[in-house]
Design a protein around this ligand. Structure first.
Ligand SMILES: C[S@@+](CC[C@H](N)C(=O)[O-])C[C@H]1O[C@@H](n2cnc3c(N)ncnc32)[C@H](O)[C@@H]1O
Length: 261
């Protein structure tokens, strides 16, 4: 029997149901900050594991021609709904179901100027293999924007245990929420209020983030050094990095593939 997985798409449905302009603005702002440009016109982007579809929408609004796909049928439904709501009949945004680990599928997609895989490849069950296949989709001179969970050593092993329980033993879920909500929701809510109630990074939501974090399984982590070394061996230069420090969450890397000689 195959290992149970977290129902990512069902969680995204909640975000899509209450999606509003502020969240879309935050999503766009994050892309601009990390990519160093607000103009993606003329660039082809592959959004691997598009989830809610919010980041695909943001990239499309910045002018990229977007191909989104996700493994989870409900995530694909969310991305399609967002496309239908904000960009109906847009021929420059396609949405499909597929897996980042399906070599034939990935090869058929071809190469892109920008490959975006935020918070996805560590949920595939074979993170480094997924990194290889995603990197192969980056055209010479292109950009790979990837975010992977920070390796916190024994703390990451604790989270693996929580997440495994979430998918294997659903009765542990209320307890996991009770134990972790004071920090994940209480403290973050306070910080949000003290900072003037602006949009959360990338247009996310405290409750949806909490459930995604407690349940998101399969789950792997990577140290910043291991990603930097990997990038060097694959012919990428590090352009921008956003670190999670010693905390849980994602380290983000914007990598540029050297142009063909
Ligand atoms: C935490 S969400 C991130 C969504 C989105 N990239 C974002 O930035 O908000 C992870 C997504 O990865 C998808 N995913 C997991 N394994 C995948 C795979 N093998 N291929 C494609 N998508 C996958 C999940 O279904 C989920 O929608």
């Amino acid at each position: 029997m195959s290992e149970p997985r977290f129902a990512f798409g069902r969680n995204w449905q909640r975000l899509v149901a209450r999606l509003e302009g502020g969240a879309i603005d935050s999503a766009r702002a994050k892309l601009v900050e990390m990519l160093g440009t607000g103009d993606l016109g003329g660039r082809r982007m592959l959004d691997i594991g598009s989830g809610s579809g919010l980041m695909s929408l943001a990239a499309r609004q910045l002018g990229a021609q977007v191909t989104s796909f996700d493994y989870d049928a409900d995530s694909v439904g969310c991305t399609r709904e967002v496309r239908q709501r904000y960009r109906p009949d847009d021929v420059d945004w396609t949405v499909a179901q597929g897996s980042a680990l399906d070599e034939a599928y990935m090869a058929k997609l071809g190469t892109f100027d920008l490959v975006y895989a935020w918070g996805v490849l560590h949920h595939t069950g074979a993170m480094w293999r997924a990194m290889e296949l995603a990197a192969a989709a980056v055209a010479p001179g292109g950009t790979f924007y990837v975010a992977l969970y920070n390796d916190q050593g024994w703390i990451s092993r604790y989270w693996l245990w929580i997440k495994r329980n979430w998918v294997r033993r659903p009765w542990t879920r209320p307890l996991a929420i009770l134990v972790h909500a004071p920090y994940f929701i209480g403290l973050r809510w306070l910080v949000w209020v003290l900072r003037g109630r602006g949009g959360l990074a990338r247009g996310m939501d405290l409750w949806i983030d909490l459930i995604d974090w407690l349940g998101g399984y399969p789950f792997e982590v990577a140290s910043r050094d291991s990603v930097r070394i990997w990038a060097g061996t694959k012919g990428f230069d590090l352009s921008t990095e956003a670190s999670a420090g010693r905390r849980h969450g994602c380290n983000e890397f914007v990598l540029r593939r050297k142009a063909a000689p």
